[in-house]
Design a protein around this ligand. Structure first.
Ligand SMILES: Nc1ncnc2c1ncn2[C@@H]1O[C@H](COP(=O)(O)OP(=O)(O)OP(=O)(O)O)[C@@H](O)[C@H]1O
Ligand SMILES: O=C(O)C1=C[C@@H](O)[C@@H](O)[C@H](O)C1
Ligand SMILES: [Mg+2]
Length: 261
């Protein structure tokens, strides 16, 4: 077995069904030349049953126990890209086991985009979305799970291709010192980004001030309406911590490649 990258932190993808964990995880693993583990697929393979069969024949609690056992097992390993099932990282014991082994990123998408992707993905059945109104179920489940997903660094995926999302993740890991070798395209991924604008959705901003506290350059402040504003955009280093930490998805850092000019 090639052990070149086995002494490195695991990269763990979480997020709601259809946010692209499996798709993006495969790309990341290939680009990092790492072993890829998809928890849903591994459970299916070991059980000799599909997920819908596990749900109908053994029940959802049995599936969650299989996930919990796998979390303990994978938490002992290193150098993996792990795409988890949609609820896997909402179990505190699973979070503890896997967070110790590496870095967790949460893929997010709008409910509309999730519904569109799931509807196109006819090869896979997600038992929790086999209901009369899957659109409403997605909105309800997202609301129920919101706090659980919020604890992780998030990556927006709506309107982006899986390759773009992988690029973003690799750039983010590079900026935040995750020690990994990138094969072939390091220069492209590491290209310095230049700020175009802070896109702040004032309706969604609830004035929590998290972005203000996380910004290392003190670019953001809350205005008199308790909404985030970029008061010193010229100091922005495009680290995107404000965007990644905003619990309401209200900030987007829009960048241009330096080479564009
Ligand atoms: N960025 C994207 N843009 C468009 N379609 C995408 C994107 N990412 C994934 N998809 C498509 O959406 C569907 C669901 O993707 P995927 O299975 O990777 O999601 P998942 O997060 O692993 O879901 P689950 O939690 O159910 O395992 C697939 O058909 C996939 O091709
Ligand atoms: O979000 C969920 O509860 C699930 C997501 C899928 O990845 C599978 O783990 C299963 O369909 C349940
Ligand atoms: Mg998946």
């Amino acid at each position: 077995m090639d052990t070149r990258h086995n002494n490195s932190e695991n990269i763990i993808l979480t997020g709601f069904m259809g946010t692209g964990k499996t798709t993006v995880g495969k790309i990341l693993a290939a680009r990092l030349e790492r072993e890829f583990v998809d928890t849903d697929s591994l459970i299916e393979q070991r059980q000799g049953r599909t997920i819908p069969q596990i749900f109908s024949e053994l029940g959802e609690p049995a599936f969650r126990r299989l996930e919990a056992e796998l979390a303990q097992e994978l938490g002992q390993r290193q150098g993996l890209v792990i795409s988890t099932g949609g609820r896997f990282m909402l179990d505190p014991d699973n979070v503890k086991a896997l967070s110790r082994s590496g870095r967790v990123f949460c893929l997010v998408a709008t409910p509309q985009e999730i519904l569109a992707r799931i509807s196109r993905d006819t090869a896979h059945c997600r038992p929790l979305l086999e209901v009369a109104d899957p659109g409403k179920q997605i909105v309800d489940l997202l609301e129920e799970r919101k706090r659980g997903y919020q604890r992780f660094v998030k990556i927006k995926t709506s309107g982006k291709s899986p390759d773009q999302i992988s690029d973003e993740l690799l750039a983010l890991m590079a900026r935040t010192n995750l020690n990994f070798p990138v094969h072939g395209d390091k220069e492209r991924i590491m290209a310095r980004k230049k700020l175009k604008e802070h896109l702040i959705n004032r309706e969604w901003c609830k004035g929590c001030g998290i972005c203000v506290r996380f910004c290392p350059k003190k670019v953001l402040e809350l205005d008199t309406m308790e909404k985030a504003v970029a008061v010193r955009p010229e100091d922005c280093i495009c680290c995107r911590l404000c965007e990644l930490r905003c619990p309401d998805l209200a900030i987007e850092i829009v960048v241009e490649d330096e080479n564009d000019e």
